[in-house]
Design a protein around this ligand. Structure first.
Ligand code: ATP
Length: 253
């Protein structure tokens, strides 16, 4: 039924079929099917240890798994992480690792490195676009990344990923550990990114906020997708609401 529902929709940017990943004998992701359409924000919610980070790492090629990852209609089997970056996939990991003793501007330039190596040298133009999106980073362009606040670091890792001009951004818990006001700002930025044509696969524990900015959602529990549907339907689904959209999530709004 889901296939029929999806077939009339926009072309896929990312399609994940039967993706399974095991750490030794323990399967952390079981036969996951996920689709991100052009211009869509798709969210994966689920508790700690459900396999969300594992899913993103396998999609990016950092972890080996079985199944298929197809990006803009092409199988990524045998394509390295670097190859996937070059094709337009970009992962923003949960840990906001930056070059602490480099400036904001130099950290951004690092994000353009893969394009630079391919001979695409319009990084100054891209940086101007990133600064338009994140005026706070522009103000702090000469500041060392190690001295930024948590919210600014979250912006810088997003900005650095955008320097690669990705077609799809894989975001691993971008709101983790941030104060409620900053969380709001980050989600605002994410929903705004859609307008620039970047598709987003968003992994979040802040389920309500994530579903509110996304088109489609998946619920992952102990490695298996147990629910999926348009985000608005998931928000109103009684079991999803009871399990994932409880008082803690509501208080963040
Ligand atoms: P969180 O929200 O806490 O980040 P998650 O949904 O991202 O969790 P994963 O980090 O993907 O979950 O972990 C899924 C399962 O795989 C967990 O049980 C975890 O302990 C296990 N796991 C993750 N990385 C490894 C590893 N390198 N070796 C062995 N087991 C691992």
């Amino acid at each position: 039924m889901m296939k029929q529902q999806m077939s009339g929709e926009a072309e896929s940017v990312l399609e994940v079929r039967d993706l399974s990943v095991a750490y030794g004998k323990v399967e952390a992701l079981h036969s996951a099917n996920v689709r991100v359409g052009v211009g869509q924000i798709v969210t994966v919610i689920g508790p700690n240890g459900a396999g969300k980070t594992t899913m993103l790492s396998a999609i990016m090629g950092q972890l080996a798994g079985s199944g298929e990852v197809s990006f803009v209609g092409q199988s990524q089997a045998g394509v390295s992480v670097e190859g996937r970056v070059n094709r337009g996939m970009s992962l923003v990991p949960e840990r906001r690792e930056l070059f602490a003793s480099m400036t904001v501007e130099d950290n951004l330039l690092m994000g353009a490195y893969a394009r630079y190596r391919q001979g695409l040298r319009n990084h100054q133009e891209t940086m101007t676009e990133v600064f338009q999106r994140f005026p706070r980073l522009k103000e702090r362009r000469n500041q060392f990344a190690g001295t930024l606040s948590g919210g600014e670091r979250a912006m810088l890792v997003l900005g650095r990923a955008l320097m690669a001009k990705p077609k799809v951004l894989l975001l691993d818990e971008p709101s983790l550990g941030l104060a409620p006001l900053i969380v709001k700002e980050i989600f605002h930025i994410i929903s705004d990114l859609r307008r620039s044509g970047v598709a987003i696969l968003l992994v979040e524990q802040n389920a309500r906020a994530a579903l509110q900015v996304s088109d489609f959602g998946y619920v992952l529990e102990t490695g298996t997708i147990v629910f999926e549907g348009p985000s608005a339907d998931l928000i109103h689904d009684q079991r999803v609401a009871e399990t994932y959209l409880g008082a803690a999530a509501r208080s963040l709004q």
